[in-house]
Design a protein around this ligand. Structure first.
Ligand code: ASP
Length: 316
């Protein structure tokens, strides 16, 4: 059977990292190896059908910017529209992968697969994990019926909505929390546990012309994350208010609880017109809404994804 193209977009990350020594898995510089060089060391890719490659960015994803997001969304939409393209694989750093995944799902709502993949070890490692992750991502992009933005790492497929980095060092660094993964990739085969993400998982669509316009602009809506903790106060919120913050996500404790001083400051911000959203700093579970809530909850989104969501809503 003649395969359609898979587009592989490089953005950097540890998967493209280089260390001085092969035994060094942490003292490396991310985003050094180009996407074509990364693919060249994976002979099995030769059997995986035709690919088109493009280096969209070359950055450590800790430095992810709105400009790169805008550029990436533009390229994703461009290639998704081509009838000869079956799906897209994106190499990305692990640090902000979940934010990019949520952003792309919200903005592009792809009916084809868009598969983010990554590595916890640099390309120069004695036993790098990037090549296997890339092969697995290709298998997902080629899988009939696959759609939406997903992340593939350590043989596991996570949805953009649920994926979270949960480990600083292990190769299996991601979790889908309560929801569980979409499935696994085993020897090139996808074993599905649940459905592919639905288009509505990006709940706040934004017109691509806005995204393109904003590519060159540094000031997307300013949305900051503040956290509830023992001894919290309203000081950070007060300071952000004086700087003209437009949105605030609070990483609340437990089921959305807030220190009374922080809550008072957030209510003041909300009354002043700032959009405030309550997420939880708990890794699992969601903030369950109550009838007397004065600050809206994040509808299950983690603080970082709730921030992306709020920015997109303010943009929209
Ligand atoms: N700092 C790296 C990045 O996010 C970490 C990684 O890729 O694992 O680009």
């Amino acid at each position: 059977m003649k395969h359609q193209n898979i587009v592989i977009l490089g953005t950097g990350g540890t998967i493209a990292g280089r260390a001085a020594s092969a035994s060094d898995n942490i003292g490396y510089t991310a985003a050094q190896v180009g996407i074509d060089q990364l693919l060249a060391v994976i002979p099995a890719l030769a059997d995986a059908g035709p690919v088109i490659t493009e280096q969209v960015a070359q950055i450590d994803s800790k430095d992810m910017s709105f400009a790169v997001w805008a550029q990436l969304a533009g390229r994703v939409n461009h290639f998704l529209a081509r009838p000869d393209v079956q799906g897209i694989v994106i190499t990305h750093g692990t640090d902000t992968l979940e934010e990019t995944a949520y952003f792309l799902q919200a903005v592009c709502k792809p009916a084809k697969p868009v598969v983010l993949t990554c590595a916890m070890r640099p390309a120069t490692a004695l036993v790098p994990d990037g090549p296997q992750n890339l092969l697995d991502a290709m298998a997902v992009a080629r899988h009939a019926g696959a759609k939406g933005v997903v992340a593939v790492c350590a043989g596991t497929i996570h949805s953009a909505l649920d994926v979270q980095k949960v480990h600083t060092y292990k190769l299996d660094a991601f979790s889908s929390g309560d929801a569980g993964p979409i499935g696994y990739v085993e020897e090139g085969f996808v074993r599905l546990l649940r459905n592919w993400p639905l288009a509505q998982e990006g709940r706040y669509p934004i017109a691509m012309k806005n995204i393109a316009t904003l590519a060159d602009i540094a000031d997307w809506p300013r949305v900051e994350i503040v956290m509830n903790h023992a001894g919290a106060s309203g000081a950070v919120v007060e300071a952000l208010l004086t700087q003209g913050v437009q949105g605030l996500v609070v990483a609340a404790t437990g089921n959305g609880t807030l220190h009374h001083a922080l809550e008072a400051a957030l209510l003041k911000a909300q009354a002043a017109g700032v959009k405030v959203v309550r997420a939880t700093r708990c890794l699992n579970g969601r903030v369950l809404p109550k009838p007397d809530d004065t600050l809206p909850d994040s509808k299950g989104l983690s603080p970082v994804k709730a921030r992306v969501d709020l920015m997109l809503r303010l943009l929209g």
